[in-house]
Design a protein around this ligand. Structure first.
Ligand code: PRP
Length: 179
């Protein structure tokens, strides 16, 4: 539970998110047109709201799978390690895969997941992130589709938490500490 009092200022409205998802899904539907084997992979937990809205705007035959990765800092090292807490249920060899991430910050999580999935020889491997914070990047990675590029703000909502709270906000908000 957060220890300091804070308020949340709306940064990206639910309406703006929905409009952006619609536009992105038109592009993704075009990119994967003709596929009969797209696996949409959500990275838990943060992407659970985004993937739910995204798949309902895709006019494609899809399957949905989930992967949970956890990254943690090591005070002795500058690089971050990423562990897989929950792997995919299905095999992806020879299949088209779209990885869905809520936010790319340092990029270590997405970088690690893309490397891992590549080693399983999918036919095509693409990624989408709702939010991108390029100013924080440490790993050399960029999602193929990005919803919104944002400055280095502490964001919550639409699946993203602050100490496990606020994931259920329908919009993206900015945390502002009041004490
Ligand atoms: C958050 C977020 C991304 C990742 C981005 O996940 O959902 O997956 O961090 O950070 P990075 O680009 O610096 O690696 P978190 O580990 O907080 O878990 P959660 O999705 O369960 O909230």
């Amino acid at each position: 539970m957060p220890k300091r009092p804070y308020v949340i200022d709306e940064m990206i409205s639910a309406k703006a998110i929905a409009a952006r998802i619609e536009a992105l899904c038109r592009e993704i539907t075009k990119e994967f047109a003709g596929t009969d084997k797209l696996v949409v992979v959500g990275l838990l937990r943060g992407s659970f709201v985004f993937i739910a809205d995204l798949v309902r705007e895709l006019d494609l035959p899809i399957e949905v799978d989930f992967l949970e990765a956890s990254s943690y800092g090591d005070t002795m090292e500058s690089s971050r390690e990423v562990r897989i807490l929950k792997d995919l249920r299905g095999a992806i060899e020879g299949r088209d895969v779209l990885v869905v991430e809520d936010i790319v910050d340092t990029g270590h999580t997405l970088n690690h997941v893309i490397g891992l999935l590549k080693s399983r020889h999918p036919a095509r491997l693409k990624s989408i992130a709702l939010l991108d914070k390029p100013s924080r990047r440490e790993a050399e990675i960029r999602a193929d589709w990005i919803g919104f590029e944002i400055p280095d703000e502490f964001v919550v909502g639409y699946g993203i938490d602050f100490a496990q709270r606020n994931r259920n906000l329908p919009f993206i908000g900015k945390v502002r500490f009041t004490g």
